[in-house]
Design a protein around this ligand. Structure first.
Ligand code: GUN
Length: 290
C-alpha cells in the first residue's frame, strides 16, 4: 500500500502556527512581517508561482509587495530594485523569482541580495552556512521536503537517497541537507543529473527518491524498488485545449502501489515550499528587528 504524503494538510497545520505568531506580533502593536518579491518578465510558471506566494501571504496575514518588471528588463533594472529592497526597513525579506531571462547574469543578482533578507537561502553566505551545518536561511523547497518527511515520522538516517536533478534551487540543497550529520539527515546521498548514464541503475537501489527534473511522468514504477519513498518536486503545466492541469515528474499510476510513500502533484511539495518561504520571512522579521 502506498501512503500519500499530503503537503496541503501539513501546510494548513503550519499555517495555523505561523498565524498565531503573527497575532502575537499584532498584539504587541508591532509591524507585521513583510515579504518582497521581484519578478522580471512574463514566464507563465513564474507568474503562477508568484501569485500563489502572494496568496499564501494574504491567507496568513503577512504583508507582501510585488515589483513586476517588464520582459527584457536589464540586469541594472533588477539590481536597482534589489538595492531598494536591501535598504527598505519595511521589507523583512525578499526573493527574486527564478529563472531569469538569458541576458541576465543570475550570479550577479543573487550576490547582490543582502544575506539577512535572503529568505530563499540562495546567497552564497546562506548556502555556504547551510553546507557547513550552521544556522542560515535554507532554500524553501528543501526545507519543505525535510519537514514533510519529518512530520510523517519517516526515518531518513542510514537510508540511501537518490536525488534526480542538480539545480541550485532544489537538487543541490536537498542533497546537502539529506546527508547532514543530523537527526533529519544522515542518509547516504547519490546526486544524479542529465549526464548520469542509466539513472535507473541508481533509482532501483534507492530507499528514498527525490525527483526534480521537470519532465512529466519521468519516474516510472519499473525504475524503483518496492517500498521506496518517492518525493516528487516536478510540476509541469500541461495545456489541454483551453484547460490545463499540473503533472509531476512521477508517473503516478505505475509508482502508486509500489512505493511505500508518495507525494502527490499538486498538493505535495508545492504547498510546503510556500509555507517554508513564509516561515523564513517570519524568522527574518524577528531576527532583523532584534
Ligand atoms: N523558481 C522556482 N522555485 C523557486 C524558488 O523557490 N525561489 C525562487 N526565487 N525562484 C524559484
Amino acid at each position: 500500500m502506498t501512503k500519500i504524503l499530503n503537503g496541503d494538510k501539513l501546510a494548513i497545520k503550519i499555517r495555523k502556527e505561523i498565524s498565531k505568531e503573527i497575532e502575537n506580533i499584532k498584539k504587541k502593536k508591532k509591524r507585521i512581517p513583510h515579504l518582497g518579491i521581484i519578478l522580471s518578465g512574463t514566464n507563465s510558471s513564474s507568474l503562477t508561482y508568484v501569485n500563489s506566494k502572494i496568496k499564501e501571504c494574504k491567507n496568513i496575514g503577512l504583508q507582501s509587495t510585488l515589483v513586476h518588471l517588464p520582459e527584457y528588463s536589464s540586469e541594472h533594472d533588477i539590481l536597482k530594485e534589489i538595492q531598494r529592497m536591501n535598504k527598505d526597513p519595511l521589507i523583512d525579506g525578499f526573493i527574486v523569482q527564478l529563472p531569469l531571462q538569458k541576458h541576465i547574469n543570475q550570479n550577479n543578482i543573487i550576490l547582490s541580495i543582502n544575506p539577512k533578507k535572503d529568505v530563499d537561502g540562495f546567497h552564497p553566505e546562506n548556502f555556504g552556512k547551510m553546507s557547513l551545518n550552521m544556522k542560515a536561511f535554507f532554500p524553501a523547497t528543501a526545507l519543505g521536503i525535510l519537514t514533510l518527511l519529518e512530520k510523517n515520522k519517516i526515518k531518513i538516517s542510514g537510508k540511501h537517497t537518490v536525488v534526480i536533478g542538480r539545480s541550485n534551487i532544489v537538487g543541490r540543497p536537498i542533497s546537502i541537507l539529506m546527508s547532514r550529520r543530523k537527526d533529519i539527515g544522515n542518509s547516504t546521498v547519490t546526486l544524479t543529473h542529465s549526464s548520469t548514464p542509466n539513472i535507473e541503475y541508481y533509482t532501483k537501489q534507492a530507499d528514498i527518491i527525490i525527483t526534480a527534473v521537470g519532465i512529466p511522468g519521468f519516474l516510472k514504477g519499473e525504475m524503483i524498488k518496492k517500498g521506496s519513498i518517492v518525493v516528487d518536486v516536478g510540476i509541469t503545466r500541461i495545456q489541454n485545449g483551453k484547460k490545463f492541469y499540473f503533472k509531476g515528474d512521477v508517473d503516478f499510476n505505475s509508482v502508486y502501489g509500489k512505493a511505500s510513500y508518495l507525494t502527490p502533484v499538486p498538493g505535495g511539495v508545492g504547498p510546503m515550499t510556500r509555507i517554508m518561504l513564509i516561515k523564513n520571512t517570519l524568522i527574518a522579521a524577528l531576527k532583523n528587528r532584534e
